[in-house]
Design a protein around this ligand. Structure first.
Ligand SMILES: C[S@@+](CC[C@H](N)C(=O)[O-])C[C@H]1O[C@@H](n2cnc3c(N)ncnc32)[C@H](O)[C@@H]1O
Length: 240
């Protein structure tokens, strides 16, 4: 991180260059977390261990990604923790897959389906770079052709017509397991709710999470005038 709080992901195999100067490869290779490195122009950089959020902010991505307010809600609503087994589709660049992997840890597993080969490759590379490739398996497959896993605690779907595979989702879930759906449009989420109910999912709910940032100014403290108006709706259900 530089003096302006701008973050960078460093490749320790080559020199680092920015508008604040150059740090040579040898200094980078020997750098330790917490250390301050100085460029040839005398500008200072702090070495930090990236959190999953730092990494997602800077990683390669070719499509829209889920945002923190929705990811956090999905994880807490479905009680995800160490050892959970999750199926996720579609992967995109891997934003929620990385968060799932970060939480389930070495005792858990995340199987993430992505239909597009180019997106699957980007996600694989992101997951390897963050060091979770032993926990998250990217599958370059159409999830509509079938879910190959079983004894699953959560199936999370971010697809155009998620309800087309709810029967398959029901079969692969553990008793007590969750279905979670993210959809930007209200007709997608309404159809998901009706089909999930017909199939036998219980505890069905649809929510939208709104996040409002509070600003501390000299005049007083109050909500910011701008906020994210809408990202998507979330639907949850359980197999009992
Ligand atoms: C909006 S992106 C997903 C974003 C991602 N969930 C995240 O965490 O940021 C939707 C992805 O679903 C993929 N997709 C669409 N249909 C699919 C299918 N039938 N099986 C697997 N992936 C699919 C698309 O290629 C696209 O990458």
């Amino acid at each position: 991180m530089d003096e302006r709080s701008k973050k960078y992901i460093i490749d320790q195999k080559s020199d680092f260059q920015s508008d604040l100067g150059i740090i040579n490869q040898e200094d980078l290779a020997n750098a330790k977390i917490g250390q301050t490195l100085t460029t040839h122009l005398g500008k200072k950089f702090k070495v930090i261990k990236p959190s999953v959020n730092d990494f997602i902010e800077l990683m390669d991505r070719r499509c829209s990604i889920l945002i923190q307010k929705d990811i956090g809600t999905i994880i807490s609503k479905c009680g995800i923790g160490s050892g959970s087994r999750i199926v996720d589709a579609g992967t995109g660049a891997g934003a929620i897959a990385l968060n799932f992997g970060n939480i389930v840890g070495e005792c858990g597993k995340v199987y993430s389906y992505e239909i597009r080969e180019d997106f699957a490759e980007v996600a694989k590379s992101n997951i390897e770079k963050f060091g979770l490739d032993n926990i998250i398996e990217i599958k370059n497959k159409d999830i509509k052709e079938g879910i190959e896993e079983n004894e699953i605690d959560l199936v999370f779907l971010d697809l155009m017509k998620p309800y087309e595979i709810f029967e398959d989702v029901y079969s692969c879930l553990n008793t007590g397991g969750y279905l979670a759906v993210y959809a930007p449009y209200i007709d997608q989420i309404e159809t998901s709710y009706k089909i999930a109910k017909k199939i036998g999912f219980i505890d069905l709910s649809i929510i939208e999470t709104l996040e409002r940032e509070i600003e501390v100014r000299n005049q007083g403290t109050r909500p910011k005038t701008r906020m994210v108006g809408h990202s998507g709706y979330l639907m949850f259900g359980r197999k009992i």
